[in-house]
Design a protein around this ligand. Structure first.
Ligand SMILES: NC(=O)c1ccc[n+]([C@@H]2O[C@H](COP(=O)([O-])OP(=O)(O)OC[C@H]3O[C@@H](n4cnc5c(N)ncnc54)[C@H](OP(=O)(O)O)[C@@H]3O)[C@@H](O)[C@H]2O)c1
Length: 322
């Protein structure tokens, strides 16, 4: 049986949700000297925090009533809504910072719900793994109520010193979180694919990794250049035309196929390039592919063109691919 501490303690921060991340957030607040009230659906998960000095509430409503500031970190917004709905009255007139990761749409919906209940709302996203939480370099994104951010910024910096406020749109933190995840997961899949490619010819991943690190580290200036091209809508390709780039991509697909590897990701890259080339942009730079991603290429490209593009990457007629 767990020992319950007095629940009428006045805390200055309440943390709701004590999974791996919520526990790390509450721990960082304790480390920074805050009086912390905690609540979790499974009460035993609060035990280590209570042992470190946190107070435990019996209900979410009781937990939020203890503090002016409540930080929530749950699995998703459906869970967050389920937990917070019965606590809405107690939250009224206080500040809620939701560090649950989800979509911008659900973050905006949560902000609307908070507004209806007179709750000051900040949305946020934790951009670092658990062990980095609470360090000066830990990046957390925030968006929504600017006054709420200003009022609680010093406290929030205990969760991560690199606290970035992205503006009044409550969906902005989630949007930037997802954009960074977009880069992270596609890039990490490419990294694994490259390990498999060299591995098929007997090169160990750790032998190849230093060269990959050198290459990836050098990409930062290119990313800035591509952003400028996208914003200007100009995609100069004199030095590296898309049609030539696409040949290289087709070679990756071919070599992968020969080695019996999955080619779905590299074929998807080639298909975007091929559509862009088919729309007459073969002499533009790679950044022109944004038009295919945004579906802004002229519609009605002959289906034969699409089939040929896909064939070029797969090495087999599109109609005959399993
Ligand atoms: N872990 C990381 O490295 C990391 C990094 C960045 C961002 N995040 C984000 O942080 C958030 C929390 O992640 P986590 O790692 O802490 O997850 P977790 O360890 O799986 O914890 C999930 C939390 O959600 C609660 N929960 C789930 N369903 C619930 C429901 N229906 N009603 C009430 N509570 C419910 C769980 O309560 P019970 O204990 O009762 O199950 C637990 O407190 C996620 O949005 C995640 O994407 C995590």
């Amino acid at each position: 049986m767990t020992t319950h501490t007095k629940t009428n303690t006045t805390a200055n921060v309440t943390v709701i949700g004590l999974g791996a991340m919520g526990s790390a957030l509450a721990g960082a607040l304790l480390d920074a000297g805050h009086r912390v009230m905690v609540w979790n659906r499974t009460p035993s998960r609060a035990d280590p925090l209570v042992a470190r000095g946190a107070a435990r509430a019996e209900t979410a409503a009781e937990a939020v009533a203890a503090s002016e500031l409540t930080v929530v970190c749950l699995v998703d917004y459906a869970a967050s809504r389920q937990v917070l709905e019965p606590a809405a009255g107690a939250l009224s007139g206080r500040t809620l910072v939701n560090l649950t990761s989800d979509t911008p749409e659900r973050a905006r919906e949560a902000a609307g719900w908070a507004r209806e209940h007179g709750i000051d709302y900040l949305d946020g996203a934790v951009m670092v793994p658990v062990p980095v939480v609470g360090t000066p370099e830990a990046l957390l994104l925030y968006s929504g109520g600017q006054a709420a951010f200003a009022r609680h910024e010093a406290t929030l910096r205990a969760l991560g010193g690199n606290a970035r406020y992205l503006g009044e749109d409550p969906g902005a933190a989630a949007l930037h979180d997802l954009a960074l995840l977009d880069i992270f997961w596609t890039m990490m899949t490419a990294v694994l694919h490259a390990f498999a490619l060299v591995g098929a010819d007997g090169v160990r991943a750790s032998e190849f990794a230093p060269l990959a690190v050198e290459s990836i580290t050098g990409l930062a200036p290119l990313l800035v250049e591509e952003a400028a091209a996208v914003d200007a809508g100009r995609h100069p390709g004199e030095l590296a035309p898309l049609a030539t780039d696409a040949e290289g991509v087709a070679h990756v697909a071919e070599a992968s196929r020969v080695r019996g590897l999955d080619t779905s990701v590299i074929e998807a890259v080639h298909a975007l390039m091929a559509r862009t080339i088919a729309a007459g942009h073969g002499n533009d730079g790679f950044s022109r592919v944004i038009d295919a991603i945004q579906d802004r290429l002229p519609s009605g490209l002959p289906s034969a063109t699409r089939a040929a593009a896909s064939e070029a990457a797969s090495g087999a007629p599109a109609g005959r691919r399993g």
